[in-house]
Design a protein around this ligand. Structure first.
Ligand code: ADP
Ligand code: MG
Length: 558
């Protein structure tokens, strides 16, 4: 039998591919700039081993220029260029990546920055352009070639003139249609914004001629138009810089530039991990609560970069829910991306990074607690509820991790204290960690149930948040001490009143029976209390739920 090759309707295939891979059209610019950066990187790597080559950083750049009138967007680079064969192979064969081949040939493993690997990014140009021209002159060659294509119909290659080594890509930007706007790709401010967003940390300068209006020199009221070449990208990402060279202001500036929040972060973490998984991250603990924080609209997540190229705006998988207030970014070269480079193929690396990040955040919070208690208390005031939810959620899976970070108001200290502090102050005869639930501190203080515990001199934690008691129930114990509500039946406090109470109850049996009868649909039992001091009566529970919890559960919609 004869083996046949598949035939493909390349026109349709190309169209389908381009339009189904990428979720945003502006991505084409990221792809072309990434290619240009790769082309410069290749000279850089070649120069490492080839003595006849010098890598003089100033010579290498990427330039983006828009010609509105002719609807041409030009992206040029001073990179390694392409020979005629390379133009055919790399741009003429879909899914062929010269960059991947380069990495393999040169056995670049560690520290390489080359981005390309799938051999499709270039074609994303056809999302914005209906005609693409590439003029390229390869390093060490005298002749230049022009590659031209209108997309699916194929391409043409012919010799042409070009002075310097490198590549120029000219896109004839599509005309606007009723529903689609393409003009934006010729607008200076949009191009700048797109470059900033997706390619800010490309290692080589991305230049653009920027026009503006300014006061004429020496004049106070005469203005002039000017055009000047500007570098749009910041190039060296702050997270690759040496921590020692960075100031708090640098981190704050990055926070503001990235619009992580309008406040100032109370803490930043700069993480460089170089182990089984490699990543850099800059994380922030914000000062203020985002306005939508406790709503469904709030979306947690960190920015995710692969080799300095933005992959995802908000990668939720990088943060556990209890740390959802953390802002920042992660950059890793170890991620395996899917073809659109917008998603990850496997989440194994991501999981490892997330786990590691979570640990770092926890220890940062712990050190804040240790070194700046006031600020920690403020932090807890803002985001503590989320930590308590964290203890309660996922059936207590994170309780060990979070218990040391919790704080509650103390009857004795009259301020927020940690469980550890509570324990360390416990008298020897105290068996439990006591707490009282109520709407406010004042209300709790007026609870008759607190009297005996307070009289014994024991500290009581005040639970005023709905979640408090649920979280504590999930913890059950802290350092082997059980939690006990002051309104629970047995407080575990020895009193000499026990016998007295029994005899009183017997003496007035009729009265108690009568009260039980009258209140039969409201209470389970009426007993002589051993804990009341100044109040005549109080409510207590002896089931699993405390009265406060019952109230909350009853208030919840069915
Ligand atoms: P990838 O970047 O994933 O390899 P692309 O479709 O973006 O795929 O590019 C295909 C190939 O074309 C690249 O691997 C590279 O060999 C070549 N190429 C693209 N743009 C340039 C450029 N500006 N300079 C040199 N080579 C380029
Ligand atoms: Mg590419």
């Amino acid at each position: 039998m004869e083996k046949k090759q598949f035939k493909a309707e390349s026109k349709r295939l190309l169209h389908m591919m381009i339009n189904s891979i990428y979720s945003q059209r502006e991505i084409f610019l990221r792809e072309l700039i990434s290619n240009a950066s790769d082309a410069i990187d290749k000279i850089y790597y070649k120069a490492l081993t080839d003595e006849s080559l010098r890598f003089d950083k100033d010579q290498y750049y990427i330039k983006v220029a828009a010609d509105k009138e002719n609807r041409i967007l030009k992206i040029s680079d001073t990179g390694i260029g392409m020979t005629k064969e390379e133009l055919e192979n790399n741009l003429g064969v879909i899914a062929k990546s010269g960059s991947l081949a380069f990495k393999n040939e040169n056995e670049l493993k560690d520290g390489h920055e080359i981005i390309g690997q799938f051999g499709v990014g270039f074609y994303s140009a056809f999302m914005a352009a209906d005609h693409v021209t590439v003029i390229s002159k390869a390093l060490g060659h005298n002749e230049a070639y022009k590659w031209e294509s209108e997309g699916a119909d194929g391409y043409m290659i012919e010799p042409c003139e070009k002075d310097a080594t490198g590549t120029e890509i000219m896109l004839k930007i599509k005309e606007n249609t009723e529903d689609e706007n393409y003009d934006e790709f010729l607008e200076e401010y949009r191009l700048k914004a797109i470059i900033k967003k997706h390619s800010d940390f490309i290692r080589y300068p991305i230049k653009m001629d920027v026009t503006g209006r300014r006061l004429k020199e020496g004049s106070e009221n005469e203005y002039e138009n000017y055009t000047e070449e500007q570098v749009i990208n910041s190039m060296v990402p702050i997270w690759r810089k040496n921590k020692k060279e960075l100031t708090v202001e640098d981190y704050e500036k990055f926070y503001a530039e990235k619009h992580y929040g309008f406040d100032k972060p109370i803490k930043h973490l700069h993480i460089n991990v170089d182990g089984t998984i490699r990543y850099n991250a800059i994380l922030y603990i914000p000062e203020n609560i985002p306005f939508d924080y406790y709503t469904k609209e709030y979306e947690k997540g960190l920015e995710l970069y692969s080799n300095g190229v933005l992959i995802m705006d908000k990668c939720g998988d990088l943060l556990p829910d209890h740390f959802s207030f953390v802002k920042g970014m992660v950059d890793s070269e170890d991620l395996s991306l899917n073809i659109s480079r917008e998603m990850l193929q496997h989440d194994r690396q991501l999981k490892l990074i997330a786990k590691n990040i979570s640990k770092k955040i926890k220890s940062e919070l712990q050190s804040l607690l240790k070194n700046d208690r006031d600020q920690y208390a403020e932090f807890f005031n803002t985001f503590g509820r989320q930590l308590k939810y964290g203890v309660y959620s996922d059936f207590g899976a994170h309780k060990e991790e979070l218990q040391d970070l919790l704080m509650f108001y103390s009857s004795k200290e009259k301020k927020m204290v940690t469980l550890d502090e509570y324990i360390s102050r416990m008298p020897k005869d105290q068996k439990y960690i006591y707490y009282a639930s109520g709407e406010s501190h004042e209300r709790i203080e007026r609870l008759p149930q607190t009297e005996l515990v307070a009289e014994k001199g024991y500290e009581i934690l005040y639970f005023t948040d709905d979640i408090d008691e649920f979280a504590i129930r999930m913890l059950m114990t802290y350092k082997e001490k059980e939690f006990k509500s002051v309104s629970s039946g047995d407080l575990g406090i020895e009193t000499d009143e026990k016998e007295k109470a029994e005899s009183t109850e017997n003496e007035h049996k009729e009265l108690f029976d009568y009260m039980k009868n009258v209140l039969s649909d409201k209470v389970k039992d009426v007993k002589v209390s051993k804990r009341l001091k100044t109040h005549p009566v109080c409510l207590s529970s002896d089931g699993d739920l405390t009265i406060e919890m019952e109230k909350i559960l009853n208030a919840m919609p069915d």
